[in-house]
Design a protein around this ligand. Structure first.
Ligand code: MLT
Length: 408
């Protein structure tokens, strides 16, 4: 008899964004004449930068000719892309990351979800609350948690991110082995200073722990004093893996390209205390389960690092930041307190009511889709997240409708 992995039964009903999509579809079915503006899931709406499209086309043409056709590429990614990443994203920030420490993949969601399988079942995991649901759900699927009670999984050390700590959690009181951090943060839009990040790196070094640092939104950082990579922090190479994505920085959500940095210094231990290279483990996993990102997509990603590509990618990010600014000013006018929206495409708004109630109200009264904060964890209740990923015209319209919904 075929039996299931019962850990899946512990998961909450469905993945947050699928749940929202279902609610919106049902609203649209009942209200076919209402136009809905989606500021929920952080999905980009603008075309790929021209430099990417040109490189993409050229690479497709190469695939049409035997002499330049390519079959399987290196699982870890082509050297041209890994070298461009090392030079522009790390060496330019004073971080000594080499091309062979970079693993190109088809998404940060997959990498942040898959990385946990390198580690043993009985490690203690620290996960922020609120949080991007993938970190938690993949550990639930892997059987590292007990049951869900009172809004939380037993067996996880939750790191509360609240207004009181500016959405930058404090170090855990109990020892932990694996720590998930994300800055600029999804969903709160908060950022972390170098000093704050150093306390985490120091903690990990002192406790033989490992940090999984999700920097998928680093392109939105405007404040030059903030770290754009964890490797700007001394000692981070020993204890941190970093996840990056071209999804939001280059408009690649539908094109799929990302990368994970696993420094050679990163180690983990077996039960006898023997040291093992995390880079070697990830490489083994990557080569076994992944056959690389397609050549044209990697060429398109490489083009983001060309002179014109950099300018065009910055224009893309600036466009969404202008939307975020409009969302922030509207929330201020309406008297809501909010965070994020400055170095992030997400605005995190305190609604002073249940998150799903707020979500339903915006959908019914304004035809605007947001993301209810409670979907990201217990500490998210009372908040909603509004994403800046849409056209400026739609954001203007959505903000006008929200004003009207609140009688202003
Ligand atoms: C979000 O809305 O949180 C993101 O789009 C989810 C993702 O990047 O997978």
């Amino acid at each position: 008899m075929i039996t299931i992995n019962e850990n899946y039964l512990k998961l909450q009903a469905s993945y947050l964004f699928s749940d929202i999509a279902k609610r919106v579809a049902s609203f649209q079915e009942k209200n076919p004449d209402r136009e809905v503006i989606k500021l929920g899931i952080g999905d980009v709406t603008r075309a790929l930068p021209k430099a990417c499209i040109d490189a993409f086309h050229k690479a497709v043409d190469e695939m049409a000719v035997d002499a330049s056709f390519r079959g399987y590429g290196p699982e870890q990614g082509y050297a041209f892309l890994r070298e461009a990443i090392a030079k522009n994203d790390f060496h330019a920030r004073g971080a000594n990351i080499s091309a062979d420490e970079i693993f190109v993949s088809d998404g940060a969601k997959c990498d942040t979800g898959n990385i946990q399988e390198l580690f043993s079942q009985d490690i203690t995991i620290a996960i922020p609350d609120p949080v991007y649901p993938v970190y938690l759900d993949t550990n639930v699927m892997a059987g590292r948690t007990l049951n869900f009670e009172d809004g939380r999984f037993k067996g996880i050390v939750y790191l509360d991110s609240t207004k009181e700590n500016n959405f930058v959690p404090a170090l855990p009181k109990e020892p932990v082995d694996l720590i998930y951090l994300c800055f600029p943060n999804n969903p709160t839009g908060s950022t972390i200073t170098k000093e704050e990040l150093k306390t985490w790196v120091d903690y990990a070094r002192a406790n033989k722990a490992l940090i999984l640092f999700d920097a998928a939104y680093e392109a939105f950082i405007q404040d030059e004093s903030l770290p754009k990579t964890i490797y700007e922090i001394e000692g981070a190479k020993e204890v941190a893996i970093e996840f990056r994505s071209f999804s939001k920085s280059g408009g690649f959500t539908g094109t799929r390209c990302a990368f994970t940095v696993v420094p050679k210094e990163c180690v983990a231990y077996d039960t006898t205390g023997k040291v093992h290279s995390v880079h070697a483990l990830w490489n083994r996993r990557h080569c076994t389960k992944f056959n690389g990102v397609s050549y044209p997509v990697q060429k398109a990603a490489e083009a983001l690092y060309s002179e014109e590509g950099k300018v065009q990618a910055k224009e893309l990010v600036d466009y969404y930041l202008k939307n975020a600014e409009l969302i922030c000013t509207t929330m201020e006018e309406l008297g809501f307190t909010y965070d994020g929206g400055k170095n992030s495409p997400y605005v995190w708004i305190w609604g002073n009511m249940d998150s799903w109630e707020f979500f339903d109200m915006l959908l019914n009264k304004a035809g605007v889709v947001c993301t209810p904060g409670a979907g990201f964890g217990k500490c998210g209740n009372g908040y909603i997240r509004i994403s800046a990923f849409n056209s400026y015209e739609n954001v203007v319209k959505a903000m006008q409708r929200i004003r009207e919904a609140f009688g202003k």
